[in-house]
Ligand binder design. Structure first.
Ligand code: NAP
Length: 682
């Protein structure tokens, strides 16, 4: 029989024996056998630490980001291969899209995120902290990649997204990964890892795969490693509290199941667009991926007076959802990922049935189109109704990980909030309302228990990404029962794989470590002028000291004429009583413009363009008669890739513009962004 292999220390290895045979969820055909028995987990982690880690840490954020982009493009070209195999998990094309293209989308998103990091293997965080009167001693923070491995243990429902949403983040941070998908669906993860390995895009040691059970995979982790777990709360808690995980302070990110809710606002009466949106969104959350989404709506919170309407409308929608083999025209809902899941969901439903009534669907009596019901892992959508959510509380405890959800009534906002709270922390909650005051009240009273809140109404519905989709650059996770973890989240997520270290010293030392100019560091005079130097020739700290200019009334009036900014403080000297100004004050924008007039060396040279200003501040009023000059300093350099062969080779240079007056005090400060040619283009 076909073997589903593990990718360990640069080789494809079949485990000893046969732990599990994976089956096609639609027709029951065997796909292959998988095993991780006999794998050397310690060797695997050491290989990642000794081979993958150093290679990734040599690369800058920019290089790692470009690597992710190349990988995303490579996988996109091959996506149909993944769709073909994904069908075996019981997924429809839409379900597979979430897993495959949603996963690849994460790689693209984190590739672009490189632009928010420096051109270094490590990052500098936040602002400088002054620690001395004389300015010779300052503090800052740096973030360095952990010198360990990210061990990702994933649930069966997203064999591709589950891997990519996590490795996108640790690879950008410069940390290698070991991925353990659930063995129920690891055949699909294996296919993707084969494509990744064959591409040669990732350095050796940066990705390994355990396709089998992987018991023992975290036995050898240390404090430099990060374990992430996605799955049931029960397994997660068991692993998180293993004695060596606790004793070694191993970072452990837990993403567990949660009893997500969606609330219909009182304003969204039957007949309103919001009512229809609510029904549509709820139906989708029950049927997409056959309800096997950690974010799916399990509790449908409805104004008491609309319970009947919602029940009827939702029932009609579910009736229209044809279940069966997704390759057959018209089928909208596939199967659960494996037969063992049918048993698990059934057990949960039976337990819920002890307290609440099924108002749509039947455990045994349902139709399947284009497939043999007895061979596939099919499960009917089940809609429960529980009119007494404060005393019949299993609905707030049991997650049936399938197409199962419960209608719950509320009388007023206070009750609705209490019902959401009874889930004890969840990944996502939504409210469907056109009333922004109501949305605000609900959001501010429930945010403490939710990782994400979607507020849906007609104005945003068309472009809304929906209740169920965690977005790559937003945090995903939730407090309490949801595990207390946080993943993705853009820059925040990358920091989970890095050590934050406070550094203290002289500004010159801190400048050399951070490769960002810090005020108080050496400012050697640039020679020639910085605008005459190419990207490679510029050195952080090099400074142009400009000529001086004495500001006149004519400057201020002329600037007001040119810009049309006739604000009273610039134009009406009789109006200054009761203001902080003593005289007619120069426009801040005039000072910045004049600064450019002073620091620019106008002849054509390596500087291609100025594309923005950051962190501009006008720190002291400048009156007519003041004499100003500029210290113009190379602050930071960021290499850039060529977009195409004939693109100009260039990099980004940030300059600090420090304008000061005759007393030496800074009057305006800003960072300007320029693009500067590289030497080989001159
Ligand atoms: P699970 O049974 O808890 O398993 C999760 C993962 O842990 C699987 O890969 C499993 O491997 C592995 N595992 C179990 N025991 C282990 C051990 N001793 N050592 C190492 N690994 C171990 O969960 P599941 O049934 O796969 O997934 C469904 C659950 O995941 C649902 O409750 C759902 O809500 C939750 N989920 C949460 C999120 C989220 O982001 N919060 C996302 C998706 C799913 P094997 O399967 O190979 O045994």
């Amino acid at each position: 029989m076909n073997k589903i292999s593990n990718y360990i220390q640069g080789n494809w290895i079949d485990g000893d024996g046969e732990e599990l045979t994976a089956y096609n969820a639609i027709n029951g055909d065997a796909i292959g056998v998988v095993s991780s028995e006999g794998l050397d987990y310690k060797g695997m982690l050491d290989y990642a630490r000794n081979v993958g880690g150093p290679a990734l840490r040599k690369m800058t954020f920019q290089e790692r980001g470009r690597m992710l982009k190349a990988l995303a493009l490579h996988l996109t070209e091959r996506k149909e291969k993944f769709y073909a195999l994904s069908a075996a998990t019981g997924a429809t094309r839409v379900d597979s899209w979430i897993d495959i293209e949603g996963g690849i989308g994460n790689l693209f998103a984190y590739a672009s995120l490189r632009k928010q990091f420096p051109d270094l293997p490590y990052a500098v965080e936040g602002d400088v902290v002054p620690l001395s009167k004389g300015g010779s001693f300052i503090g800052h923070h740096i973030l360095v990649p952990k010198r360990g491995v990210a061990v990702h243990i994933n649930a069966f429902n997203f064999p591709i997204w589950g891997m990519l949403e996590k490795i996108a983040v640790n690879l950008l941070a410069g940390v290698p990964a070991v991925v353990k998908p659930s063995e129920l669906t690891s055949y699909l993860t294996e296919l993707m890892v084969r494509e990744i390995v064959e591409s040669g895009i990732l350095p050796a040691g940066s990705l390994q795969l355990v396709s089998g059970l992987g018991r023992g995979i975290i036995d050898h982790v240390t404090n430099q490693d990060v374990v992430t777990f996605t799955g049931s709360a029960a397994t997660g808690m068991k692993l998180k509290t293993l004695p060596h995980i606790v004793a070694n302070s191993v970072p452990f990110n837990l993403e567990a199941d949660s009893l997500n809710a969606s609330m219909l606002g009182e304003d969204a009466a039957p007949g309103t667009p919001e009512f229809d949106l609510f029904i549509k969104a709820t139906r989708a959350e029950i049927t997409v991926k056959a309800g096997q989404k950690c974010t799916a709506i399990r509790r449908i919170i409805v104004p008491e007076k609309y319970m009947e309407d919602v029940q009827i409308a939702l029932g009609k929608q579910l009736q229209k959802t044809v279940m069966g083999d997704p390759s057959v025209e018209g089928v909208r809902m596939g199967a659960l990922a494996a037969k063992v899941q049918v048993e698990r969901v059934r057990k949960s439903v039976e337990s819920l049935m002890e307290e609440q009534e099924i108002v749509y669907g039947n455990l045994d009596d349902f139709e399947v189109t284009g497939a043999d019901k007895s061979k596939g892992a099919f499960f009917s959508p089940i809609l429960f109704r529980n009119d007494d959510p404060f005393t019949k509380t299993k609905v707030h405890e049991i997650e049936a990980f399938g197409p199962v959800s419960t209608l719950l009534p509320y009388k007023d906002m206070d009750e609705a909030i209490r019902i959401t709270e009874m889930g004890r922390g969840s990944l996502v909650t939504s409210i469907v309302t056109a009333d922004d005051a109501l949305a605000k009240e609900f959001t501010l009273n429930t945010a403490h228990l939710h990782g994400r809140i979607l507020i849906l109404n007609e104005r945003c519905a068309k472009e809304s990404t929906g209740h169920g989709s965690p977005m790559p650059l937003l945090s995903h996770g939730g407090p309490g029962r949801a595990g207390g973890g946080e993943e993705m989240g853009g820059v925040r997520g990358v920091k989970h794989y890095m050590q934050r270290t406070a550094i203290q010293g002289h500004p010159e030392t801190i400048t050399r470590i951070t490769e960002q100019f810090q005020v108080g560091a050496d400012q050697p005079e640039a020679n020639p002028h910085v605008f005459r130097q190419h990207f490679e020739e510029l050195r952080v700290g090099d400074t142009v000291f400009t000529h001086k200019h004495t500001v006149t009334d004519a400057d201020i009036v002329n600037f007001a004429n040119v810009s049309g900014d006739n604000f009273y403080a610039h134009m009406d000297v009789t109006s200054l009583e009761g203001t902080i100004f003593e005289q007619r004050v120069a426009h801040g924008y005039f000072l910045l413009s004049k600064a450019a007039g002073l620091f620019v060396d106008p002849k054509k040279g390596p500087v291609l363009l100025n594309y923005g200003v950051e962190q501009a501040r006008f720190t002291k009023p400048v009156y007519s008669g003041a004499t100003v000059g500029v210290r113009f300093t190379v602050k930071e350099k960021i290499d850039q890739e060529k977009r195409s062969e004939d693109d100009i080779a260039k990099g980004i240079v940030k300059f600090l513009v420090d304008m000061y007056d005759e007393t030496g005090e800074t009057v305006a400060i800003a960072t300007i962004l320029t693009m500067v040619k590289k030497l080989d283009q001159s």
